[in-house]
Ligand binder design. Sequence first.
Ligand SMILES: Nc1ncnc2c1ncn2[C@@H]1O[C@H](COP(=O)(O)OP(=O)(O)OP(=O)(O)O)[C@@H](O)[C@H]1O
Ligand SMILES: [Mg+2]
Length: 292
Amino acid sequence: MVVSSVLLVEQNLLIAFSITKTHKSNIRIGLGTGQRYCRQRAIVLMESIIKLEDVSTVYEGERRPAIRDINLTLERNELVYVVGPNAAGKTTLLETINGLLPLFRGKISVLGLDVQTQGRLVRCEIGYVPQDFMVEPGEPYTALDVVLMGRYGRIGTLNRPEEKDREKAVETVRLLGIEELADRPMGKLSGGQQQKVMLARAIAKNPKILLLDEPFSNLDPESKERIPSLITRLHEAHELTTIIVTHDIHNILKECRRAIVMVNGRILVDESPENVCAAVNKSATFSSEGIA
Ligand SMILES: Nc1ncnc2c1ncn2[C@@H]1O[C@H](COP(=O)(O)OP(=O)(O)OP(=O)(O)O)[C@@H](O)[C@H]1O
Ligand SMILES: [Mg+2]
């Protein structure tokens, strides 16, 4: 009963939202006991999952914006690759979406929420693998502890993880094929091993959005084939909206997804999957000309 009514509502919403917001209110009123669930779903269906409007970000103490006039919309279940030369602003873009940097100008909404005022809520739904993560050699946490930390956004830092959280962490470790690392201290792992643990941590969170900043850069050739395919499968199975920053154009051509080229803090190319080759070629041109 409940499922079918939700489905019906979803169909209505899809039509209604393309018309006016008033329709959204009307539909909410009509939802009855399922109202709360449907309102959450409604946000997801109504809004683009990630929407940046004329966004510029300036680092503290700097005068020049690191990213400028960014307009970018990602719908649910889109996978986008971001490429571009060093210092193009790729990491800054991800950190801005993640609400880790204050905006200089513009507006960002993620899952229908204002990132500037509701950043913590937004980050609960984002699995983020940063480009640079410092792990001290004496770090006492095991790899499994680190994966389990991915669950803390959901359970709250003051609460203890439950059995289901541990199960999810163990399941994700298996998925990544890093069982033999589970009990080893994070600080004693190699760079590639740490990268796999950080990916597992992001996935164990059960996020709605994945933001991955050069997540495969330290992997060996076997893992460079296996893990990107795994991410694509997870993205498809769980309808994850995914942004992957990479310098590895091989993956982009293989996956044939939307590709964005950033240069000098701006998005210069935003190509559909059909034109992904064009994006890659333009990216290569920008890099060889040293435009950054
Ligand atoms: N913490 C910071 N403080 C000041 N400026 C910064 C900071 N981090 C990055 N920048 C500057 O912002 C610009 C964009 O940097 P960003 O790290 O986003 O580039 P990127 O495209 O991710 O490069 P790479 O491919 O090397 O990772 C660069 O000019 C960089 O010097
Ligand atoms: Mg970077």
